[in-house]
Design a protein around this ligand. Structure first.
Ligand code: 13P
Ligand code: ZN
Length: 258
């Protein structure tokens, strides 16, 4: 049972990594993925950590006590991850206080440079008893492009635009995304802002950088980003054809939500 669940998780990571690359959202090492796999490792697999040394987490997260996260390693390319997942993943086992972790493989590459955000968000998901276990960060070009336009640099204006570009956007993403003004990547500032935003929205859009989505599975997180990016793409396609997008009316949006 556990082995099957772990294999399914790895298969989802490789499929999603390939999709991110094919979407054009994963230049060089862009993007990272994490999933809470607590309970999926056998007693024998847990033994792999026994001789490793503890390292400090970038931020202490007491709700993460004894939790196990699978995360992509820093600098890994999505297109390589899709082919050889074990060369680009690491498993982090937290201590009983959520302050330190042991890594497998111990001598492997460090976890993603966005580890602060991943651990703080997973910690918040546990605290809020969320069923969500997966996080996907990617450089979704169309959504990043919207944040280069001042009038779309707010949660309200972004969601209004995205919902009006396609009827299924509001149906599948009724809580929309949350906008986060520019922050230096990898910092505790972006981690805290992201965790707060993801309490109310399935996706956070980091100004001029990328998106990060939560989901019950990695596939669900990817799908949510994909739907939002489709709406942004429709907007830019109509604009680049020289037209002003009509968008759905308020009445049509209300009808969809009734
Ligand atoms: P990592 O390779 O460290 O995961 O960084 C990629 C990225 O997109 C940083 O925002
Ligand atoms: Zn990034």
């Amino acid at each position: 049972m556990e082995i099957q669940a772990l294999e399914k998780t790895i298969a989802e990571i490789t499929d999603t990594a390939r999709n991110l690359w094919e979407k054009g959202w994963a230049e060089r090492n862009a993007g990272n993925i994490s999933v809470n796999i607590t309970g999926l490792l056998s007693a024998q697999e847990l033994e792999l950590f026994s001789n490793s040394t503890f390292r400090p987490l970038p931020i202490t997260c007491s709700p993460l006590a004894d939790q196990i996260l699978m995360v992509t390693s820093a600098g890994s390319r999505m297109r390589d991850l899709a082919k050889n997942p074990w060369d680009h993943l690491c498993i982090l086992k937290m201590d009983a206080s959520g302050t330190y972790f042991k890594q497998w493989p111990e001598k492997g590459r460090d976890p993603t440079s966005e580890l602060s955000t991943h651990v703080v968000v997973h910690s918040t998901l546990i605290q809020t008893k969320s069923a969500k276990k997966a996080l996907v960060h990617t450089h979704a070009t169309e959504l990043i492009a919207l944040t280069q336009i001042g009038e779309f640099c707010s949660t309200g204006s972004l969601n209004h635009l995205l919902w009006t570009m396609h009827p299924e956007t509001i149906l599948f993403v009724p809580k929309g995304l949350g906008f986060i003004p520019y922050e230096i990547p990898g910092t505790s500032g972006i981690a805290d802002a992201t965790a707060k935003t993801l309490e109310d929205h399935p996706v956070a859009l980091w100004e001029k950088h990328g998106v990060i989505a939560t989901g019950k599975s990695i596939t669900e997180a990817f799908d949510t980003i994909d739907i939002l990016a489709k709406s942004a793409r429709i907007f830019f396609l109509v604009k680049s054809a020289g037209y002003e997008p009509e968008g759905l009316t308020e009445e049509q949006l209300n009808e969809l939500m009734s």
